[in-house]
Design a protein around this ligand. Structure first.
Ligand code: WTA
Length: 643
């Protein structure tokens, strides 16, 4: 199989394929939203047609395509083989050490069938939950699709999360199976994985088996009877498996994300509506041409972007994708550009934090590679600052590729707000407008829409097909978290601030709650605070996100030690390690400041605004609402004292 990119000459008019994908959509969507979505759903294969496009009678619990039945994996895999595209490449996979694997749709089908047969042999039946903690290897995709094929909701846990984080997610979902690997490559080294997952499963009675992929060959602890090697079980299975259709509202996956409290929320997504919107947005936002494009989404499968834009959306659209296992600087800082050149990537979708890292490394690095195949660039995860936007377009996009700045969330399941690639020239830093069929507003405190040139809160005022169907096992928390802030209007509150410009375009302004965005990863202040106070030396902790030129925000923790002790370098280092152990290395505070007191209001609420002033080396703002205004002087004196 030769890479399809070889004969993909950079088109003279790179906008042509997009026209087909987006033409007429806004008009159709405006004319009849539900008919528009029915038409989008109609691009999938349904075993049974739906009765009703949307049932919103039990709001805020939506049901889309009621009565419809489909198999998500069939739609992502078998259907393309049956339509004669078995030889098309689904994934150009590249491992961090440089090993590669080309997976066609026919091969993907065989692998998914074998994996599904293996899961059946372990006694799993539709509705059982499967936890997956794997590096970015093909087996991760096979595992997700095998689960989808059998109606087993998966819960993928990012490979960088700690055993404690994995354990709580397994427990919350009561997963019967864990799929993991012996180890994973990170920055050129084989790091253990199974040793960590064993720590997580020490006390998770719901787990009956652990299916282990051999990736690095490192030694692993083994529990006879429970642990099974992937190559022993999966490779011995038959290549054929007949998929069974499931209800459109059958749970497809749970994905845990940070909220404003310490406990991560299991965001629940279902089948028909999710796949419809993931596929629709993927082909529309990037103007996909399945016959010629080579698409690369750099997200890890542990995040929603990996679910919707590395697995489900692209595969439903019969995309040829690149999947890369490792870090962007291994073995050198040109790794991504080398990959773009090698496979002739036409669509590249990444996060602003990586773009800013590339900027830091220098433009001579992309300049040493032929990136002329690039046709569209995408950005996701946080607001993209105009400097990064311009650099991205100039040095990766050859000064011509449009940038689609896509706003969405784990909860929305798929993109909601984004420019269209053939739309009016992009505005650096603006996600612009909801896609056809979708709706969003910027409102004030009372839920009234603000005017042009004004800021407020971003809300979603209409249900959408890939919306979360709830928080796993916690109906009340779902209502409370998303629907109580603007209950009168029935709006979904996203937690983001936003502004309309003079043209009515939307600019995202970042979170307005206690959720931080570090390198495009959502982390809650409360989660880190509870990890800190679980350390025996800590009496109290407050965490803030301080703005950072590369990572967007950096985690800064203020802690009061037991007995009022002053901090030392050792204490700070121990606390950082403790957080890494409790949550994962991504949650490690950049700085820990040991303070004698925390600034609180009379009702006992910590005033993070003042802590943020300190963390960002600013003059401290208005302190009049503090219960004790002298606290700030005490903190200042202690910090100047050098701890
Ligand atoms: C932020 C990631 C500005 C936002 C898909 C949102 C963005 C949170 C953008 C969701 C963007 C994501 N511009 N902000 N283009 N994309 N965000 O759940 O604050 O990991 O609420 O989903 O990321 O993060 P999550």
């Amino acid at each position: 199989m030769s890479p399809r990119s070889a004969d993909h000459a950079p088109a003279e008019n790179p906008l042509t394929p997009r026209d087909a994908a987006v033409s007429g959509l806004p008009e159709q969507a405006a004319a009849d939203r539900l008919a528009f979505w029915a038409q989008q759903a109609g691009q999938l294969h349904w075993d049974t047609e739906w009765d009703q496009v949307l049932d919103w009678s039990d709001a805020p619990f939506a049901r889309w395509f009621t009565g419809g039945r489909l198999n998500v994996a069939y739609n992502c895999v078998d259907r393309h083989v049956e339509s004669g595209h078995g030889d098309q490449v689904a994934f150009h996979w590249e491992g961090e050490p440089g090993d590669t694997r080309t997976i066609t749709y026919a091969e993907l089908r065989r692998e998914v069938c074998r994996t599904a047969n293996a899961l059946l042999s372990l006694g799993l039946t539709a509705g059982d939950r499967v936890a997956i903690q794997l590096p970015m290897i093909p087996e991760a995709v096979f595992a997700m699709l095998a689960c989808a094929r059998l109606g087993l909701p998966h819960s993928v846990v990012f490979g960088g999360f700690s055993p404690a984080a994995l354990q709580s997610r397994i427990e919350d979902a009561r997963a019967r199976l864990l799929i993991t690997s012996d180890g994973q490559y990170r920055r050129g080294k084989a790091e253990p994985m199974k040793a960590n997952t064993d720590e997580a499963t020490k006390d998770t009675p719901s787990i009956e088996h652990v299916l282990v992929v051999r990736r690095t060959g490192i030694d692993v602890p083994w529990t006879e009877g429970r642990d099974v090697w992937w190559h022993d079980l999966v490779d011995a299975q038959p290549d054929e498996h007949t998929p069974e259709p499931f209800d459109a509202e059958h749970p497809l996956f749970i994905l845990y994300t940070s909220g404003t409290t310490g406990r991560p929320k299991g965001i629940l997504h279902t089948s028909g509506g999710y796949l419809t919107q993931a596929a629709y947005t993927h082909r529309t936002v990037f103007g996909l041409d399945a016959d010629t494009d080579v698409y690369w989404c750099t997200a890890d499968i542990g995040w929603i972007t990996g679910h919707s834009y590395l697995v489900y959306g692209p595969l439903a659209n019969r995309t040829t994708s690149v999947m890369y296992e490792g870090t962007p600087s291994t073995p050198h800082e040109g790794r991504h550009f080398e990959i773009i050149e090698r496979y002739g990537v036409t669509i590249y979708y990444t996060a602003p934090t990586l773009i800013r890292t590339f900027m830091k490394w220098g433009e001579h690095i992309p300049a040493a590679h032929d990136l002329s195949s690039i046709r569209v660039l995408g950005s996701v995860g946080e607001p993209i600052n105009p400097e990064a936007w311009r650099w991205y377009r100039e040095h990766i996009g050859g000064g011509r590729a449009p940038i689609v700045d896509t706003w969405w969330q784990t909860e929305t399941g798929a993109v909601m707000i984004s420019p269209l690639p053939d739309g009016p020239a992009g505005k650096p830093g603006s996600a612009q407008a909801p896609l056809p069929g979708l709706s969003a507003k910027v409102v004030d405190d009372q839920g009234q829409e603000v005017g042009r040139g004004e800021s407020g809160y971003l809300v979603l005022d209409q249900p959408w097909p890939s919306m979360l169907r709830g928080i796993w096992g916690d109906e009340e928390r779902y209502r409370e978290t998303y629907w109580s802030r603007f209950a009168d209007q029935g709006y979904y509150f996203a937690g983001d601030g936003a502004r309309y410009d003079e043209d009515g375009d939307i600019w995202l302004l970042g979170r307005v709650d206690d959720v931080m965005n570090v390198s495009g990863h959502r982390i809650s202040t409360a989660e880190i605070e509870s990890a800190l106070v679980s350390h025996p030396a800590v009496a109290e902790a407050a965490v803030v996100g301080a703005s950072d030129p590369t990572t967007g925000q950096a985690i800064v923790a203020f802690v009061i030690l037991r007995g009022g002790a002053a901090g030392t370098e050792d204490v700070a280092a121990a606390l950082r390690e403790h957080v890494a152990r409790e949550i994962g290395p991504i949650a490690k505070p950049r700085r820990i400041m040991v303070v004698p007191e925390l600034p609180k209001t009379r009702s006992g609420k910590i005033m993070r605004r003042l802590l943020r002033d300190i963390a960002e080396n600013r003059e401290v703002g208005d302190v009049t609402t503090l219960a004790d205004a002298s606290v700030m002087d005490l903190i200042d004196a202690r910090l100047k004292g050098g701890t």
